[in-house]
Design a binder for this molecule. Structure first.
Ligand code: ADP
Ligand code: MG
Length: 587
């Protein structure tokens, strides 16, 4: 390792050197090397570096070592998008400033105002907090920044995307003129550059791997399903990927609660984290995750932003994010500090556009994977049952053994065993006989085989064994309704012959297990068509013809271009109206 790359080359003071050694950092990360001297010299910087690259210490070290002076007043302000992140940054300042007499006061919403005022009176030199609460203190004059030397915007892009622009501008406007301004961000959207131009003086721009902001050690997987992020799909994915600990992202607060409940019901140790939780609950949940007493934390972007829990092996996008930046930020919660990690996305028809955008923007191209079909699932469940039945079988009398042998040689042995199983195994409470059967409920999906419906419901499992009713999981009844809806339209008329309609041809058909109801749904989900805009559907052997509202045809062909049905590209094209249909089918 060259001289340049060591902490020695920073010329750190003894107290900071000791703290770095105690924290256990052996050598500075790339961003720390790239920024230390510039920040130490008092210059403004804009730093773009991927998540997990050690940005916190990149600003904390030079600030503690060079910028902060002995005088007991607020000298450094750090603004972070969330309370959790503020606490983490405050913690890093405390650890690195342990021997340098750096008082740190966390300032964030949801915690007692008075407590924070006391901390400020106690002579803190560093304040770390969220923009809203920080502005509160400034306006109430409970925070004196007349001696401020540096302001840090940490995860600047995130603060902007969370709508903090106004607060940030207000805060920056209230700070003394000569202060140093440091902007750290994983991505650099235009709004961030504009804010920099407005509040910084001749900033030094340091962009590290801007083309590749996601951590190197992360593998990306994408599972396609009709329902996108439903709980049953998530459970299937967990069965396949077997993550030890994961952060599961949802797009809404309500979903976090629902998904966490779904995971708990399936026997996983899961909790949720969202902005509606009281501060002490949030801290409790984070504590559980850190202590590895919870394996799955289901969170919204906002609540989980910047969370640094080193042992997270997986990030799961249960709801796929709207923006590529959000994907990068979320995924950056795994693969921290050079570890490897896996980011998994559940992709529904609505998400395909955003997935494409992710590829265009960051060149991230998740490995496509398919969820097991209903049939595969069933085989697995059966295998688990056999295993557990064999395992559960205790000692039996010789008489019983003799009878069993006799029975097995009989022509009708199979039926007799089936009867025994039905009578004495399936009818009994499952826990009495069988250890947990993989709780994969079979929801129909684009990739599901047609047997989806035949998953036994009459297997005598007590009702509590089923996935909770309230959730999106139960798409079965929904599908039946949709199929019925599509059925009456199936007729001998060729699609496209109806007034104002044209024919769309998909190069998948009965052979690919295509069902009219699912095609109707696909067109409505992906093509954003109203029910009335989808007409007759003919599922033929190798193609499916659909009549759709003429004006929508071109857009539809475009939006279906990348879609696959049971792994086969649907290759949409304008259908040939003149061609007479074979027997019209819409199962
Ligand atoms: P970022 O803000 O870039 O996402 P963090 O500052 O949260 O990254 O750091 C990510 C992880 O790397 C943290 O767990 C931190 O303790 C660790 N880390 C930071 N600097 C070093 C270093 N020089 N050597 C080893 N680990 C480090
Ligand atoms: Mg950070």
């Amino acid at each position: 390792m060259s001289e340049e790359q060591s902490f020695e080359s920073f010329g750190l003071s003894e107290p900071v050197r000791r703290a770095v050694a105690e924290v256990g950092y052996a050598s500075p990360t790339l961003v720390q090397q790239a920024t230390f001297h510039t920040i130490a010299e008092g210059k403004d910087v804009i730093v773009q570096s991927r998540t997990g690259s050690g940005k916190t210490a990149a600003f904390a070290l030079p600030l503690i070592d060079r910028v902060i002076k002995p005088a007991r007043h607020v000298q450094v302000m750090v603004l972070c998008p969330t309370r959790e992140l503020a606490l983490q940054v405050a913690g890093e300042f405390e650890r690195l400033g342990k021997f340098a007499d750096v008082g740190v006061a966390p300032i964030y919403g949801g915690a007692g105002m008075q407590q924070q005022i006391d901390a400020l009176k106690g002579g803190a030199k560093v304040v770390v907090g969220t923009p809203g609460r920080m502005l509160d203190h400034l306006r109430r004059k409970t925070l004196d920044v007349s001696g401020l030397r540096a302001i840090v915007l940490d995860e600047g892009d995130e603060m902007l995307s969370m709508g903090f622009a106004e607060e940030l501008n207000a805060i920056l406007g209230m700070l003394p003129k000569g202060r140093q301004a440091l902007i750290f961000s994983a991505t650099m959207p235009d709004a961030m550059s504009r804010m920099a131009a407005r509040h910084q003086r001749e900033p030094v721009t340091i962009a590290l791997s801007s083309d590749h902001v996601a951590p190197d050690g992360i593998v990306h997987h994408a599972y396609f399903s009709a329902s996108g992020g439903s709980v049953p799909d998530l459970l299937k994915v967990l069965e396949i990927e077997k993550p030890k600990a994961a952060l599961v992202f949802c797009n809404t607060k309500a979903e976090t609660e629902m998904v966490a409940r779904g995971l708990q019901n399936a026997g996983y140790r899961a909790e949720y984290l969202n902005g509606d939780l009281a501060q002490n609950d949030r801290e409790r949940v984070m504590g559980l995750l850190r202590d590895e007493r919870v394996d799955f934390l289901v969170a919204t972007d906002v609540a989980a932003r910047g969370i640094d829990v080193p042992h997270l092996s997986h990030v799961i996008h249960c709801g796929f994010p709207e923006s590529p930046e959000a994907y990068v930020h979320r995924s950056g919660r795994t693969g921290r500090a050079g570890r490897t990690g896996t980011a998994i996305s559940l992709i529904g028809p609505h998400d395909i556009g955003n997935l494409y955008l992710l590829r265009l923007t960051y060149g991230i191209r998740p490995i496509e994977r398919t969820l097991p079909s209903a049939a595969e699932n069933r085989t697995r469940i059966e295998a688990a049952r056999v295993e557990s039945l064999i395992a559960a079988a205790g000692n039996v009398s010789d008489d019983a053994m003799v009878l069993a042998k006799r029975l097995l040689t009989h022509d009708d042995a199979e039926r007799a065993v089936a009867w025994l199983v039905e009578r004495f195994v399936m009818g009994v409470r499952e826990d009495d006989v069988m250890p947990p059967v993989p709780r994969v409920s079979v929801s129909p999906s684009l990739t599901a085989a047609p047997e989806a419906k035949s998953e036994p419901r009459s297997n005598g499992r007590p009702p509590r064994e089923r996935a909770p009713r309230s959730e999106r999981v139960e798409s079965e009844p929904l599908r039946k309704i949709e199929v019925r809806h599509a059925d009456p339209k199936a007729s001998d008329e060729t699609p496209g012959e109806e007034v104002g309609m044209e024919s769309l041809e998909l190069s998948v058909g009965k052979r690919e297990g295509v069902r009219a109801g699912e095609v109707a749904r696909l067109l409505r989900d992906v093509g954003m068509l109203a029910k009335s805009e989808v007409g007759r559907i003919h599922v033929r052997d190798r193609v499916t013809l659909v009549s759709v509202r003429a004006e929508k045809l071109d857009a539809l062909i475009e939006s279906l271009a990348e879609v696959k049905y049971n792994d086969v590209p649907v290759s949409p094209r304008r259908g040939d109206v003149a061609e007479a249909p074979e027997a019209a089918t819409a199962d």
